[in-house]
Ligand binder design. Structure first.
Ligand code: NAD
Length: 431
């Protein structure tokens, strides 16, 4: 199964459960706007190579479209469309005033020099800039794109429209990025795991965690689980292969190793394993944090040996694998909740840029992810919704946020850092 069909099958199950009207199904199953562009790039040896790029805006009913841009050989129309759809659900679940979009270029970025990557990014931005903008569609990083790529997008967009930092998120701090954005997705996953651990009695401290992917999401998650949650990360893998250590990997050491552009599989602090072996390691938490479609009926859904699957990546579990895991009593925390921390802090970044104001470190403590935007009067949280608790859990007063979107007054907790990522009281995490 591919990107869009995975998403369609999940959507249909959910729509049937709530008896969704046919016209709403039609609207939500199809994208609002799709742009496909050809991107000619002058390579370092003088040749011109032409790459295909996409920007797909799935839905903008709740605010400007929002979603990352990925550079990957498999990034095609179908994959980007599926990912754009998930962004609509994710922003709605987090109740942030964005719609859903995604972009991608079919390219193997490892083949490109830094200058080629810059030329590709600038030309791609030129081609899609007509559909971008702070109130239209706001890109962010995703697979194989980072703050540097976002800086090029900002520069290219601003050269046509004037300086517009809110046109893109995940930027370097010096160009209007938000403190904590880079680690936000990993931090959000850790918070969701913490909440789940508390609610369902699967302790996080001392537990065994296996992570596929050691990039932005997997790397930060491993670091935070190791340093802050006291979990034992026993195995990780990147595209080169993995490494396992039953006593727990030395994550700071492994991060220093990969920061020197060395593959995970060459780390000497554990036993090297192949990518397929990763799925066979018994653990409490299994976190796919690399690519989509990696847990399948054919490959591993019947043999995975964990207590919980946490979808750090988008669409890592196919619908048939989902059903098998359900039969086996293995819960799956879905991507559009588990990895929503990134877009949540992207919202903080966008809000700061629009206000032409930078939140102080005190306002964005703990790496910038501790403020929470709540709906006035409701104070509901994503995990709270799952547990149907509702209501503010901190009892503190709030002040009105300058942004008032779609008739909803958004509010910021008056004591900065009160709640993390719209998911849990900060005090609870540190307790
Ligand atoms: P990244 O490019 O920083 O890292 C990807 C990692 O996956 C790398 O370590 C890479 O080596 C590894 N990988 C690639 N192919 C692999 C394979 N076949 N087997 C094992 N490992 C493999 O990307 P990222 O930003 O960390 O994104 C990872 C996932 O998280 C994607 O699905 C992305 O859509 C999702 N996501 C990212 C963010 C974000 O803020 N970056 C937010 C939400 C969701």
């Amino acid at each position: 199964m591919t990107g869009k069909s995975i998403v369609d099958s999940q959507f249909e199950r959910a729509a049937n459960l709530i008896n969704l009207d046919d016209y709403m199904r039609r609207i939500l199953m199809r994208p609002f706007r799709e742009v496909q562009v050809e991107v000619p790039v002058r390579m370092d040896d003088g040749r011109i190579e032409v790459f295909t790029g996409y920007r797909i805006q799935h839905n903008g009913a709740r605010g400007p479209c929002k979603g990352g841009i990925r550079y990957h050989p498999d990034a095609d129309h179908d994959e980007v469309l599926g990912l754009a759809t998930i962004m609509t659900w994710k922003t709605a679940l987090m109740d942030i005033p964005f719609g859903g979009a995604k972009g991608g270029v079919t390219v193997d970025p490892k083949r490109l020099s830094k200058l080629e990557l810059e030329r590709l990014t600038r030309r791609f931005t030129q081609r899609i800039s007509i559909v971008l903008g702070p109130y239209r569609d706001v890109p962010a990083p995703d697979v194989a794109t980072n703050a540097q790529v976002m800086a090029w997008i900002l520069d290219e967009y601003s050269s046509r429209h004037g300086y517009t930092p809110a046109a893109v998120t995940g930027k370097p701090i010096s160009l209007g990025g938000s403190l904590g954005r880079e680690e936000a997705t990993g931090r959000g996953i850790m918070y969701v795991m913490t909440e789940y651990a508390r609610d369902f009695g699967v302790p996080l401290k001392g537990s065994r965690v296996v992570i596929q992917g050691f990039g932005n999401v997997g790397g930060h998650l491993a670091r935070l689980l190791h340093a802050e949650a006291g979990a034992k990360v026993i195995a990780v893998a990147d595209v080169s292969g993995g490494v396992v250590n039953e006593s727990g990997l030395d994550i700071p050491g492994l991060l220093a190793h990969t920061a020197a552009r060395k593959p995970v599989s060459e780390w000497k602090g554990g036993k090297a394993i192949g990518n397929e072996q990763l799925w066979t390691i018994p653990c409490d938490w299994l976190v796919p944090a690399a690519l989509g479609g990696v847990i399948t009926r054919e490959a591993n859904a019947r043999t995975i040996d964990c207590k919980v699957v946490v979808e750090g990546a988008n669409e890592p579990t196919t619908p048939t694998a989902d059903l098998i895991l359900e039969e086996r009593g293995i819960p799956v925390i879905p991507d559009f909740l588990a990895n929503a921390g990134g877009v949540t802090v992207s919202y903080y970044e966008w809000a700061q840029n629009l206000q032409q104001y930078r939140w102080t470190h005190e306002q964005v403590p703990h790496g910038g992810v501790c403020d929470r935007i709540t709906e006035s009067g409701g104070g509901r949280t994503a995990t709270g919704e799952l547990r149907r608790t509702g209501g503010r859990r901190d009892g503190r007063t709030e002040k009105t946020h300058p942004n008032n979107v779609a008739g909803k007054s958004l509010v910021i907790p008056s004591r900065p850092g009160l709640v993390s990522l719209g998911m849990m009281p900060y005090e609870r995490f540190t307790a």
